[in-house]
Design a protein around this ligand. Structure first.
Ligand code: ADP
Ligand code: MG
Length: 392
């Protein structure tokens, strides 16, 4: 299924509602990281170039269902003004008579940013009346919020049923194009790097990719569950004992379907997060020790394996990289991917992207997904409601 592109619609003079992902960090009334706002500029500027009346809406943070100053879109509006080099209006709500009046008074080429959608609990409940209220504000619905595409909320799914003309913005199109390419037609060998704390978060991804992937490279604490399932000693490391059977099953299935699973051969361990890190001499971890990162032998093994890849999907850090003592493994794997030439490399997941950005290596990846949960559900093969609604 193909999703409709914003470029196929006639936006001239129309009221165009763009669901954006402006869920940015705000501190003391100032936007701390404007990456998500900048990611939406192509779509906003395109609509403006067509002389549309541009209505922008997003959620921000996790308000409890009513107005909360710290989750107001006001600071986002301030930053957006600077980025667009243009005056914009910010509404004090996202529905109601005041908003209707603001929209009715809009001129072509103007921008109105609505207040946080989640100040109404009807947004997340995908309430039909609320969705209709939002839909009544516009002639055209554009979804450019990939980060919330896995949620069927009023602004990401519900309202689209009540607007005739709907399409994806450029950010959404780019996300779908890159993730589809990896999922549906990866050039082989296809290697998936997984990590993070828990196997349970990643089981569906592994299952969905099993038949497509040549090699899984598994680091992070999730590797310990696989290793323990094979009889190795993992000390006091984070192991999901209730997932040992699942881990065994995955290893069996991989053997049957010819997918290789690479696991750590050594680790960086410590008594606790604040103690001195030491490298283990083997796969086993001593009884009183905790694994926090992959060891040097493993880094070499993983980096070598990556050299033969033509396609790489990367989700999950190889260790507790938030602590500089245990960041080396993750950073070395990021660098190993970044150094490869002629490879399609796609990264997804909030923490993975943070690790890549902290090394300033974003530019070395083919695509860095803006959606953590959404990119994972996409790779799980799930239908994302915010995308499905845009299919032609
Ligand atoms: P992403 O956000 O990229 O999808 P996850 O949220 O699945 O990644 O996993 C990232 C988290 O896993 C990080 O907070 C990291 O510290 C943690 N983690 C990775 N390896 C370990 C480990 N050995 N012990 C404890 N936590 C770990
Ligand atoms: Mg995470």
């Amino acid at each position: 299924m193909k999703i409709r592109s914003i470029e196929t619609l006639d936006l001239r003079g129309k009221r165009v509602f763009i669901r954006v992902d402006f869920n940015v960090p705000v501190k003391d009334g100032v936007v701390k990281n404007d990456k998500r706002i900048r990611s939406a500029l192509d779509t906003i500027n395109y609509a403006l170039s067509k002389n549309a009346k541009v209505i922008l809406a997003s959620h921000l943070g996790r308000p409890k269902g009513g107005f909360e100053q710290k989750y107001s879109m006001m600071p986002v509006g301030e930053r957006l003004k600077e980025l667009l080099k243009k005056d914009i209006k910010v509404a004090d709500d996202c529905i109601g008579d005041g908003v209707k009046k603001l929209v009715a008074d809009m001129k072509e080429g103007e921008v109105l940013l609505l207040e946080n959608l989640r100040f109404h609990k009807e947004e997340e409940a995908n309430d039909e009346n609320f969705a209709k209220e939002l839909a009544s504000l516009c002639d055209v619905y554009i979804n450019d919020a990939f980060g919330t595409a896995h949620r069927a909320h009023a602004s990401t799914e519900g309202m689209a049923h009540f607007v005739k003309e709907k399409a994806a913005g450029f950010l959404m199109l780019k996300e779908v194009e890159h993730l589809d390419r990896v999922l549906l037609s990866p050039e082989k060998p296809f290697i998936t790097i997984l990590g993070g704390a828990k196997v349970s978060d990643k089981i569906s991804v592994i299952t969905n990719l099993m038949k497509k992937v040549d090699t899984f490279i598994i680091g992070g604490a999730m590797a310990y569950t696989f290793l323990k399932a094979q009889g190795y000693k993992m000390g006091k490391s984070l192991v999901e004992d209730d997932r040992l059977d699942v881990a065994k099953e995955i290893l069996d299935n991989a053997r049957k379907s010819g997918a290789e699973i690479l696991l750590p051969e050594d680790h960086i361990v410590a008594k606790d997060e604040n103690s001195e890190p030491v490298a283990t001499s083997s796969v086993n971890i001593e009884d009183d020790m905790i694994g926090y990162d992959i060891g040097p032998k493993t880094i070499r093994k993983f980096s070598d394996a990556l050299k033969k890849a033509k396609t790489i999907f990367f989700n999950g850090p190889s260790g507790l990289f938030e602590n500089p003592k245990f960041a080396n493994g993750t950073f070395e794997i990021v660098k190993a991917v970044a150094e490869l030439k002629g490879v399609v490399s796609v990264a997804g997941g909030g923490d993975t992207v943070t690790a890549i950005e902290s090394l300033k290596l974003e530019g070395k990846f083919t695509h860095i997904s803006t959606g953590g949960g959404a990119s994972l559900e996409f790779m799980e093969g799930k239908e994302l409601p915010g995308i499905k609604i845009l299919e032609e």
